[in-house]
Write a protein that binds this ligand. Structure first.
Ligand code: FAD
Length: 382
């Protein structure tokens, strides 16, 4: 049975960054990517990603097939659009990614650096041997085999499939859900190069052009509110009540019969992103509200950091995981501070549950607190 130093489960940005880092360090690594589940939705990549991709030796992942993002605009706290132009960003412009292409390019980089890539297979830990190695089952269409590894990296996304199978506890902070729809290509071509956000009484809207000429339209609200009705008529009615989003969406045709799809978008993290012989990276370790625009960036960063931590541990550095844990705690604390500040800036609908839940109670307190919230699970299918 083949034995790897590390098996990375999940070939999104976090898993690819982890595998790339370990392969560059000379480790034997298997990157297992199921490719199962809905296509990834996140597309806006902040300019700061240039630095991380440079550290990973993968800066050319952005050369082809992606659109520059020249400004971020938002109607938040008032009806008028405010714009942050990329000319003021020391890193330059961001990107509207072709996510499938971007993720594939990163996996190809990992393979070029020496990682073994197994696509179309789901990795599932299935016990340990006497020397502590993991036995991992790889299942794909018509395929079932077993490999061994010394360390596991869980980069399976929000489900944190491996970490939770190892008994890790996952904490959630809210019930945010995304209803997303991709509109058809505009004719004439849409000149918009921005991301645009608009707050509404029961949530907020996001739209951005896609490299294919299409447009992504996303409505964010809480899964337990009536505003989470995924039906096309309800979605269209809410869209009609917007000002800026409607104007941008109106340039694009609605695909016949298409209805919005639902994806989980709540804040969540593992109580501990590491355990005996495993470490989690990306959304599996900490998943953020997409308002932060930090998901892919954090996935790249934590993938790289997890890869370094496991390598350091394998060469005998006993405290390597402590540093990773501390790093993640600091990222989480900064995220929660920013989250509270951003939502506090919108005060037009203080009595609406969506906003009331996100505003700190009078006299202090914080939100979100990342505890297990009562009631139905906020985890949506997908
Ligand atoms: C609606 C929405 C909009 C978003 N918008 C943005 C945005 O504009 N910008 C941004 O930066 N972020 C955004 N995000 C967040 C961003 O998409 C995620 O943070 C990012 O994809 C996390 O990357 P990851 O590698 O951790 O996980 P993922 O990208 O989820 O990749 C995990 C992969 O693991 C595979 N997998 C799962 N289980 C197994 C298994 N057992 N074995 C093998 N493979 C497995 C899956 O096929 C999946 O492809 C958004 C999220 C949502 C929900």
């Amino acid at each position: 049975m083949t034995c790897y130093d590390v098996l990375v489960a999940g070939g999104g940005p976090a898993g690819a960054a982890a595998a790339l880092t370990l392969a560059r360090a000379g480790r034997s690594v298997l990157l297992a990517h199921s490719g199962r589940g809905p296509a990834p939705v996140g597309e806006a990549l902040p300019a700061a990603a240039r630095v991380l991709l440079g550290d990973l030796g993968a800066d050319d992942a952005l050369t082809d097939g992606h659109l520059p993002c020249l400004a971020n605009r938002s109607a938040w706290g008032g009806p008028r659009l405010a714009s942050t132009d990329s000319v003021f960003d020391p890193h330059g412009h961001g990107w509207h990614l072709d996510r499938v292409r971007f993720d594939r390019q990163l996996r190809a980089h990992a393979r070029t650096q020496g990682a073994r890539l197994a696509t179309g297979v789901t990795a599932q830990p299935n016990g340990r041997t006497a020397d502590g190695s993991w036995v991992v089952e790889l299942r794909g269409a018509g395929e079932r085999r077993t490999v061994r590894c010394r360390w596991l990296i869980d980069a399976t996304g929000r489900r944190a499939a491996l970490a939770t199978a190892c008994g890790a506890r996952r904490r959630t902070g809210d019930r945010l859900v995304a209803l997303h729809l991709t509109l058809g290509p505009a004719d004439p071509a849409d000149p918009d190069t921005t991301t645009t956000v608009e707050a509404a009484p029961d949530g907020w809207w996001y739209t951005a052009p896609l490299p294919t000429g299409r447009r992504l339209l996303v409505w964010y609200t809480d899964a337990d509110l009536p505003a989470a009705d995924p039906g096309r008529p309800a979605f269209a009615a809410r869209l009609a009540a917007t000002r800026h989003i409607l104007e941008l969406a109106a340039r694009h045709p609605w695909p016949a019969g298409a209805a919005p799809r639902r994806a989980p978008a709540h804040t969540a993290r593992l109580a501990d992103p590491t355990g005996d012989g495993w470490i989690a990276a990306g959304d599996a370790a900490a998943a953020f509200d997409p308002l932060s625009s930090q998901g892919i960036l954090t996935a790249l960063y934590t993938g790289l950091a997890a890869g370094r931590a496991v390598h350091a541990r394998l060469v005998g550095q006993a405290d390597a995981l402590d540093a990773y844990r501390a790093d993640l705690a600091a990222i989480g604390a900064t995220y929660l501070r920013n989250h509270r500040t951003h939502y506090a800036a919108e005060q037009r609908w203080p009595d609406h549950p969506f906003w009331r839940r996100r505003h700190p109670p009078p006299g202090g307190g914080g939100h979100p607190t990342l505890v297990a919230i009562p009631g139905p699970s906020p985890h949506m299918p997908g």
